[in-house]
Design a protein around this ligand. Structure first.
Ligand code: ADP
Length: 518
């Protein structure tokens, strides 16, 4: 029933295949006809109008109430006896809207319908009313739009509060569509990128122009996540300002409309933080550089003393000196790691490539690991001689990092297996351990700079979280790949539960065409 008498008439108009306006007109004519019929005392029509969800009031030519349907009674908060046969002024008294009353009189005189949206004092609400004169008087159809108006007002207030909040904020806010056009930007965002409101109006702001090419890929990736998940976690990127300078920012976002493919982005200027980070990096790399010379001489003298104590068969001293040498080597690797990170960041990590057999390199690394950690068992399974064209020192460093980790994160009783396998175009080196393992969730993160897994309070493994970052940079610079796989190793505990652990790191390196069959 409600649907059939939908106040907008849209349902019925669609049902009859008519334009809503044409339908509305026909509908009101029909209603007027029904009202005319009331005078012929047709009970059926009377009941029909009464059940009508819109308020219907009928006055005679002297403005006495002659019909008021139930909805109208509810709306006016009156009983039939308080209205029927009474004059409009009697009912409303001072609350009667004189302007509307005058217009009703005029309409009756001119036989002209009219509609009005206004605030009705007696009803204490906004109403939509249409007035239709006919032979015996005037009929009025009323729709209470108070709730609609209140909701709209509330929305408007919310919107203006929201915009005020955005404009007074320290966060740059902008609305961006999927093509990258910025359709709204607050003052903070504009000043951050050095553009004006006029530029925004002239549609001069778009993602392509504002984004340095090295951030295009990551931005595209983040946008995909944004529209899939509805929001993205803040990530670091840079913008190109109007004057061409670069500003580093932290950017986050939420989807505004999935249909229109628009999003709100939030941006914070992180120039200050970046500047501090740079100064800290500068300090660390200068300090590390200064450490290099003293460490080298400590190492040299330790080796000398070790040699001497071995000659004198002084086993105790030799043992101490051996430990000292190991620690000095560790210190050398740490200092080198810090300096390498700096080189990677500045794009200064140079490769000195040469041809060599990867199997020899693997054996050399295994020998060094054996010297540092003599109690670990290392198994090597290698295919035939495989010549690659690479930087021996850097690949050695990469593999040493992976094998040092394999030993560091497992116990002496567990062997480390190295497999070297070649196919037609690449050689794959896989290092498997049965140690504490890496949760799949962190398989990508472990290659990030300074990323270290939290292994609980009691277990403390030394390290800076730089080894895998440097390793993956070295491998990708050689057009190779590096990844870690989930372990298959499983052990049953006494209580019946089981634990999986162990990791396998894979590295692939290209075999040069001329050596593919060697
Ligand atoms: P570091 O070992 O100095 O912390 P890396 O960059 O070499 O730094 O490794 C990053 C993190 O990855 C380590 O902190 C460790 O949590 C994890 N990891 C690396 N290799 C292994 C491994 N073989 N077994 C378990 N965890 C590992």
């Amino acid at each position: 029933m409600n649907n059939v008498f939908d106040s907008s008439g849209v349902y019925l108009s669609t049902y009859f295949g008519l334009h809503p306006f044409v339908f509305g007109f026909v509908f009101l004519l029909f209603m007027s006809y029904l009202i005319y019929r009331i005078y012929q005392d047709n009970k059926f029509i009377h009941d029909l109008l009464d059940a009508f969800p819109q308020a219907v009031i009928v006055f005679d030519r002297n403005f006495h109430y002659t019909f008021v349907n139930s909805t109208a009674l509810r709306l006016l908060g009156k009983h039939q006896d308080e209205l029927l046969n009474r004059h409009i002024t009697q009912v409303f008294g001072n609350n009667l809207n004189q302007a509307i009353y005058l217009q009703m009189k005029r309409a009756l005189k001119d036989n002209q319908s009219f509609s009005k949206t206004y605030y009705s004092k007696p009803l204490k609400s906004h109403i939509n009313a249409s007035f239709h004169p006919y032979e015996n008087g005037i009929s009025v159809f009323i729709e209470d739009i108070g709730e609609k108006t209140r909701v709209q007002k509330r929305l408007e207030t919310l919107e203006s509060n929201f915009l005020r909040l955005i404009d007074s904020n320290i966060v740059g806010v902008a609305i961006e569509n999927i093509e990258g056009a910025i359709t709204y930007a607050n003052a903070v965002f504009l000043s951050l990128i050095g553009y004006t409101k006029e530029d925004l109006k002239k549609k001069k702001l778009d993602w392509k122009k504002l984004t340095p090419s090295k951030f295009e890929e990551i931005d595209n990736e983040k946008e995909k996540i944004l529209f899939k998940k509805g929001s993205i976690k803040p990530y670091e990127k840079e913008y190109i300002r109007k004057d061409g300078s670069i500003v580093p920012v932290l950017k986050g976002g939420v989807v505004l409309s999935k249909i229109e493919k628009t999003s709100i982005i939030f941006v914070i200027d992180i120039s200050d933080r970046k500047e501090i980070e740079k100064r800290k990096d500068d300090f660390i790399s200068i300090a590390s550089h200064e450490f290099k010379t003293p460490i080298t001489s400590i190492k040299g003298f330790t080796q000398l003393l070790l040699h001497k104590s071995l000659l004198m068969n002084d086993k105790r001293s030799a043992d101490y000196l051996n430990r000292m040498l190991n620690q000095t080597n560790r210190l050398t690797y740490l200092v080198n790691d810090i300096l390498d990170v700096r080189k990677i960041q500045e794009g200064k990590l140079v490769l000195n490539k040469e041809f060599f057999d990867i199997n020899i390199l693997v054996k050399d690394v295994a020998r060094e690991i054996h010297m540092i950690s003599p109690y670990y068992k290392i198994n090597i399974k290698a295919d035939s001689k495989t010549i690659i064209f690479a930087d021996y020192y850097r690949i050695y460093q990469a593999l040493l990092n992976i094998m040092t980790n394999a030993v560091k994160y497992s116990s002496e009783s567990d062997p480390v297996d190295i497999a070297v396998k070649r196919d037609s175009s690449v050689v794959r080196i896989s290092v498997s351990d049965k140690g504490i393992g890496i949760p799949p969730l962190n398989h990508k993160q472990i290659f990030d700079k300074f990323f270290r897994l939290n292994r609980g309070k009691r277990s403390s493994y030394p390290g800076l979280g730089l080894g895998l970052y440097i390793t993956s940079d070295i491998i990708t610079r050689h057009n190779g790949k590096i990844w870690v796989e989930s372990p298959l190793y499983e052990e049953k505990n006494n209580d019946g539960s089981s634990r999986k652990y162990g990791s396998t790191f894979h590295i692939t390196l290209p075999i040069p065409k001329e050596n593919m069959h060697v």
